[in-house]
Design a binder for this molecule. Sequence first.
Ligand SMILES: Cc1cc2nc3c(=O)[nH]c(=O)nc-3n(C[C@H](O)[C@H](O)[C@H](O)COP(=O)(O)OP(=O)(O)OC[C@H]3O[C@@H](n4cnc5c(N)ncnc54)[C@H](O)[C@@H]3O)c2cc1C
Length: 669
Amino acid sequence: MPLNHLIRDGDNPDITEERQKATFSTEELAIEIYGEPLAQRRREISAEVLKRPELLDDCPHVFLDRTTKVENSMKKTVAVMEKGSEICDFTSREELGHLVCEVFGDDGFPLSIHFVMFLPAIQGQADDEQAEQWIPRAMRLEFIGTYAQTELGHGTNLRALETTATYDKRTQEFILHTPTVSAYKWWPGNLGKTANYVIANAQLYIDGKSHGPHNFLVQIRDENTHQPMPGITVGDIGPKFGLNTNDNGFLRFDHVRIPRRNMLMRHSKVSADGVYSPPVHPKLSYGAMIFVRATMIRMLAHVVLKAATIAIRYSCVRRQGEIKTGNGEVKILEYQTQQHRLFTALARGFAYRLVGDEVKNLYEKIAEEVKHGNVEQLADLHALLSGMKSIVSYDSGKAIEQCRMACGGHGYSHASGIPEMYAVEIAGCTYEGENMVMLQQQARYLVKGIHRLAHGEELSTMLQYLANTSNNKFRIGESGVDLENALILALEYIARSTIERVTARLDSLQNKGLSAENAWNENAVELTRASRTHTRLWIARCFRDRVHRIENHAIRSALTDILELFLTYEVVDMSQYLYQGGYANSDQVAQVKDAMYKLLEKIRPNAVSYVDAYEVSDTELRSVLGRRDGNVYDNLLKWAKSNPLNRTEVLPAVEKHLMPMMLAAKSKL
Ligand SMILES: Cc1cc2nc3c(=O)[nH]c(=O)nc-3n(C[C@H](O)[C@H](O)[C@H](O)COP(=O)(O)OP(=O)(O)OC[C@H]3O[C@@H](n4cnc5c(N)ncnc54)[C@H](O)[C@@H]3O)c2cc1C
């Protein structure tokens, strides 16, 4: 009995051959990833979606223009809201998330920001009375909300946002106003045509005094007609690199009045007579952002694993060239370069997915403590998420792009599904905190850690490795030191030495009289590197701990291969840092490379089974190259023929423009 559960009659024999080689049960690995009940529910939801044509696309959505894409997603949203509860448990984030992936794919849908940002912002920032007033209505979808922070002129520098909210004591209202063109809200998802409420971030003014940016709930469209409310100008910002089903929008307020109680007041408050009370902890008001960063790690990992699924399956049915002349064309996955590209992407996908679970759990634990007034671990969490969000979005983008290129020309076609995945995923480098800025936020925390250590203060668990100065020689190959441990210690050294060096440079420049700000900017690149090394270490350790906890022996062994590949790849990728301070020599780095190449060979027979175990259905994958059955060529032809340009044999535009030109040229002969 084969251990891979996706073998079916009629499949491409090349992919069946791969599945027959599995050395672990793909169903057991799926259970390890999702947990048993959810793994089962995901399959049931996928099967149910297939039975409901109203939830499926009539044609591949990449063939549609933007207006039709948006309309299509609105139509499907209504179908999901009407019938979705028959398919999944709406109170389960995981089940609902899976249904959304099946029905809408990656490119956006009308309720995405409502659920991902608007509701969490109210939950985190509204006081109890406000929560009671707004949350049930928002949950019932009596209205659709979005989160409007970014402006045309400012995104990163929140202190410079120009939108104002001025308190009028006489009427007990705030007046929302957009004073300049650069103060237009710009980018909020689903703002352009969908949302009728926003949480708007604006500078709070009371009696002429500024209290910085705060959040206000503002109705922007009439609940019955959907027409803009008086004083509101709103629209869509136009096509983008990706996410074109999402109507990211612009918004202008012209002296729009809202009741005092529409300011979200869990943390900061304004009393009826205009007295301002600030939050107990300045970071508390960033709750919504932190929540999104915590959940986006798994979302980014999901895209990497989808791209890896496509590229690995395709590489087993695509034959091109010979390794040994005369032995026939090989599956392209036999090439070591292909394995290196794809298995490292697979390893990063698995690492980010499993570490993403840990991050989510950590967020939930700390959020609960914060609710009870304990903000002790908030700084750790904030720093960790700033780094995680940056590393995972950037390295996932690189992995997805490698998967795309590994599919050759067909990877460039939308038939592969990967270009859209890349375009959607890479936006994660910008939204929820631009990566360069996030990395520097984390670097501040790391530099503080070194300074605290120098003053003999205790470090949080996350930073304790900074004190381990005895880790000063690479121990790979030594007896009694296993590969994993040696690699983790190497990553610890890389992070520690990089943070120490940049902190020493900062301190020395300041001792020479440079201002703290200028010293920082002169070291900004190195500071972002320090953040990267720290975050990559944290991911590696967390991934290792997660794999070590697996009880099923076969699954632990399968994921240990992936873990070791991940660790060797990370160390090789950052090997230049191993030479600083003479930690390692080139022979030792060569040993790590050899271990990595051996792992590629070891993983090769199970490659398809790893991605099969991740269980993304064909409906969700939306990829001709990544189809479960491996029947790529027939379906590529079908896909091309269904393209609207092929609806008529002679395109009307050819008849109108090119034919007359060619006929006229002929008649001149
Ligand atoms: C797909 C997508 C969806 C979005 N959805 C929303 C949404 O729903 N709601 C919302 O309010 N916004 C949204 N945004 C906006 C997003 O949050 C901003 O684009 C982001 O915060 C960056 O701001 P900016 O575009 O103004 O870039 P800027 O702040 O102008 O930065 C431009 C570049 O300058 C550099 N830079 C800037 N400041 C620094 C610094 N201090 N140190 C070093 N380098 C620096 C960085 O390299 C940066 O890339 C979305 C954006 C995208 C792309």
